[in-house]
Write a protein that binds this ligand. Structure first.
Ligand code: SF4
Length: 432
């Protein structure tokens, strides 16, 4: 338990986020003072009344910088990170970086024409980001830069959400209603959605759509007739003649049929996701999926037969009961299928998930995957992606991720998902 006292600032929230990174590694009670006495940020760690570590950083050099609260907070987080690192001996993969997308910082550095080495040094000195993560964020930012450079002012992207799934996965915190419980609402939802699509299309008559993403939930939870009707309505409402990418997150194999794959192809869908999360049957059963690992392969092959040439597959590291060997198995199986994109997520225990409830009720009897094991899993993924010729092109981090890691999208060069980059980097209007 770490008791925090803030002096001379209101950065308690940001500092608490750093403290939370170290909480699993502290087995003593500490008091922590975080002091801002312009321009110096200081953190002092006490055990009982005894000061055990102190770190101080000067955070401003000009009057203008002094007005920037972000710099003050960054300095305080840095000082707090340092004393907790000294007390626990633990380094965090992303250092003191919380609450900001890592690539955003790299793009800032690109604007100043900094070299890769200079950017890495800056990230290590200012945030204590480890060198492996620095390499990753620079690679991703470069891939993003290429896609973002093609943005035109008149272009927008479009997102359409279908909030239904056949069943709810244990880790899910999205707006996703189980068809078993809310299936009777699908038609009414689609009717309202189509009205909204018509209205948005009227408002944005002159916009050129660069990318269109239908996500969820699981859009293929709709039956064939509903799906066809929706896609035809989208095509009739918007001018899709210039579109670069049209994605449907088919997601769960238990919702995908040959007819739905054919409808998607006929309606111009250029990219689909078939998301196994794991290829281990025991895991699929545990996480609440109503399909088999064999279904994933069958659906993937059917998609190929019907001409789907860009397929993404999502996997999650740290699923309940999974080991490094299980992840190796999933990677092997995905490698055999050969998707164009693989997105590697690290499990996040979200507030609205059933898993969080189950963990609370188990009173510590459920063991979550430890940071070190997640790191091994991530290393394995990185190695496998190199073998498969897939490169990292987008990434994001979430709160409550196991081991404080990241989610990374990998793609064969030329098949990067434009929409994913646009939504992450916020460089284009997205109509939702
Ligand atoms: S498939 Fe996705 S949206 Fe649907 S329940 Fe599972 S995690 Fe949630």
């Amino acid at each position: 338990m770490i008791e925090l006292k803030c002096v001379g600032h209101l950065a308690e929230y940001e500092i608490t986020n750093v403290i939370n990174l170290f909480e699993p590694y502290t087995n003593k009670d500490y008091k922590l003072e975080a002091i801002f006495d312009s321009p110096v940020a200081t953190a002092i760690l006490f055990e009982g009344d005894k000061e055990i570590f102190r770190a101080a950083f000067t955070v401003t050099v000009t009057e203008d910088e002094l007005k920037n609260k972000k710099i003050m907070k960054q300095g305080l987080k840095k000082a707090v990170y340092k004393v907790l690192n000294l007390a626990t001996g633990k380094e965090m993969p992303w250092g003191s970086l919380t609450g900001i997308r890592p690539t955003k910082l790299v793009h800032e550095q690109f604007k100043h024409n900094r070299s890769d080495e200079e950017i890495a040094r800056y990230m290590q000195e200012e945030y204590f980001v480890t060198s492996g993560k620095c390499d990753m964020m620079i690679k991703v930012a470069k891939a993003e830069r290429e896609i973002l450079a093609k943005n035109k002012p008149e272009e927008v992207s479009l997102y359409i959400g279908i909030p239904f799934c056949p069943t709810r996965c244990v880790y899910c915190s999205f707006t996703a209603y189980s068809l078993k419980v809310k299936g009777n609402l699908v038609d009414a939802y689609l009717e309202a959605l189509c009205k909204e699509i018509t209205a948005v299309a009227q408002m944005k008559k002159d916009a050129t759509i660069r990318s269109l993403y239908i996500g969820g939930g699981t859009p293929t939870s709709l039956n064939e007739q509903q799906l066809e009707c929706l896609l035809k309505h989208v095509a009739a409402s918007f001018d899709l003649s210039q579109i670069e990418e049209y994605t449907i997150e088919a997601g769960r194999p238990d919702t995908i049929t040959k007819d739905k794959l054919r409808i998607m192809k006929e309606q111009g869908v250029s990219r689909i996701s078939i998301n196994p999360q794991s290829m281990r049957q025991k895991t699929l059963d545990v996480i609440g999926r109503a399909h088999s690992a064999e279904d994933i392969k069958r659906v993937f092959n059917e998609a190929r037969e019907l001409g789907h040439t860009e397929i993404n597959m999502d996997m999650i590291l740290g699923l309940p009961g999974e080991t490094v060997e299980d992840v190796a198995y999933t990677l092997e199986e995905l490698g055999k299928l050969g998707p164009e994109n693989i997105t590697v997520h690290t499990m996040a225990i979200k507030r609205a998930s059933r898993l969080r409830e189950e963990l609370r009720e188990s009173e510590g009897n459920v063991i979550l995957t430890q940071g070190e094991v997640i790191q091994q899993m991530l290393n394995l993924c990185e190695e496998k992606m190199v073998q498969l010729g897939l490169e990292p092109y987008y990434m994001y981090r979430q709160k409550n991720m196991l081991g404080n890691f990241e989610n990374v999208g990998y793609a064969k060069p030329g098949t990067e998902c434009v929409y994913n980059i646009e939504i992450m980097e916020e460089k284009q209007s997205i109509m939702l």
